[in-house]
Design a protein around this ligand. Structure first.
Ligand SMILES: [Zn+2]
Ligand SMILES: [Zn+2]
Length: 377
């Protein structure tokens, strides 16, 4: 394949070697008949991106990773439709310029898990490729993102802004999947560990599913306040409850010494797993979402896990129906929960370094108002 006459798009390339960003023009793939070229309009900085950016879990003596483009929490508009694509994944007419939400990964549709309809569990779903390999750019911190078949994309209603739509495919969809898989029932008491983008969305989804108490744990007051506006009923501020024991005791106090029916982990630091499991009631469910970094080793007394019959789920990705349901959820609840306030800072692509520095600064300092930074290429 020649790249000389190919159209190009600017991507933010991350270099481990000197911890720097480079804006680089990468070729756009030649359009396949069943693909869709997306012009990215907004990509937010997810906690997972911060893990990747820091190199969490990468051994200190490992060589720098090859330069790469990342970013997965994104939305955009149709820049170009493959010749065979005429509709979105709900058979609604689709044209260039339509704003869409889509999942970041692509199931293969022909493997053991895919034929069972478990697209989110496809072992062959797309991973990151070297920048000189098709499709050249596979991250959202870029002007263009190539949706190859079989992709799933869904038109967005006009009243969801770009910034509000960016987190649909991760922050919202991921917790939607987790609470669905966890079988949240009317009257459940739910603990959410972490009030970042995923945690705040989880509070709203849990409340809508009919939870009794939604107890959210974090160390930043503005995030806890936003979680309270978005469906949480109680907060545990780790500055006030500074030890795992104090936090477990507080959950027990709030649940009449029973423990939570479901505990959702969206922090992504191994230390929180042990205390989270201890917050589960007997036969409660632990929903593990946050850990995406390699070598995330947690300390767990497995005998206690057995004795308390805790159901432990590892959850990553989701099936395609989650996205349109998440869009409907946002529209339906927009006057009830200020979920769009999760996005608090906006940066152009050439200021991506500032977006990460701000998000990281927030991670280290209680008291900042930032919950999510968004990059608008
Ligand atoms: Zn597959
Ligand atoms: Zn994410």
């Amino acid at each position: 394949m020649t790249t000389t006459t190919r159209e190009q798009g600017t991507s933010a390339v991350w270099h481990d070697s000197d911890h720097s960003w480079e804006l680089r023009d990468l070729p756009l793939p030649e359009m396949e008949p069943d693909a869709v070229q997306i012009r990215v309009r907004a990509t937010s900085v997810c906690g997972s991106d911060l893990h990747i950016w820091r190199g969490d879990g990468v051994p200190k003596d490992a060589p720098p990773r090859d330069p790469f483009v990342f970013g997965h929490e994104m939305m955009g508009e149709v820049a170009k439709l493959g010749s065979k694509v005429t509709t979105d994944s709900l058979r609604r007419p689709l044209k260039e310029g339509d704003r869409v939400a889509y999942s970041y990964f692509f199931p293969c549709a022909k493997c053991y898990n895919c034929i069972r309809g478990e697209f989110g569990a496809c072992k062959f779903r797309m991973g990151r490729k070297p920048l000189d390999e098709y499709p050249y750019c596979n991250g959202g911190f870029a002007q263009y993102y190539y949706l190859r078949a079989p992709q799933y994309l869904f038109k967005l209603p006009d009243d969801i802004s770009d910034a509000a739509a960016a987190p649909i495919n991760c922050a919202l969809a991921q917790v939607y999947e987790a609470l669905h898989l966890g079988g949240v029932k009317l009257g459940d008491n739910i603990v959410v560990q972490g009030a970042g983008g995923l945690g705040v969305n989880a509070c709203a989804v849990a409340a809508e599913l009919g939870a009794n108490k939604v107890i959210v744990i974090d160390g930043q007051k503005p995030r806890l306040d936003l979680a309270m506006q978005c469906g949480a009923t109680h907060t545990i501020d780790i500055n006030e409850y500074s030890t795992p024991e104090a936090r477990i005791d507080r959950v027990m106090e709030l649940t009449d010494s029973i423990g939570a029916d479901k505990v959702l982990e969206v922090v992504g630091f191994p230390a929180v797993v042990e205390e989270g499991v201890k917050m589960c009631r007997m036969r409660g469910t632990y929903l593990e979402v946050g850990h995406i970094s390699p070598n995330s080793i947690a300390h767990l007394d497995v005998q206690k896990l057995v004795q308390n019959q805790v159901r432990f789920y590892g959850i990553q990705h989701y099936d395609p129906w989650i996205i349109p349901n998440a869009i409907d959820f946002l529209v339906r609840t927009r006057d009830k929960y200020p979920l769009t306030n999760v996005i608090s800072h906006e940066y152009p692509l050439d200021k991506i370094g500032d977006a990460f520095d701000t998000a990281e600064w927030v991670g280290r300092n209680a008291g900042s108002e930032v919950t999510r930074a968004v990059v608008t290429p």
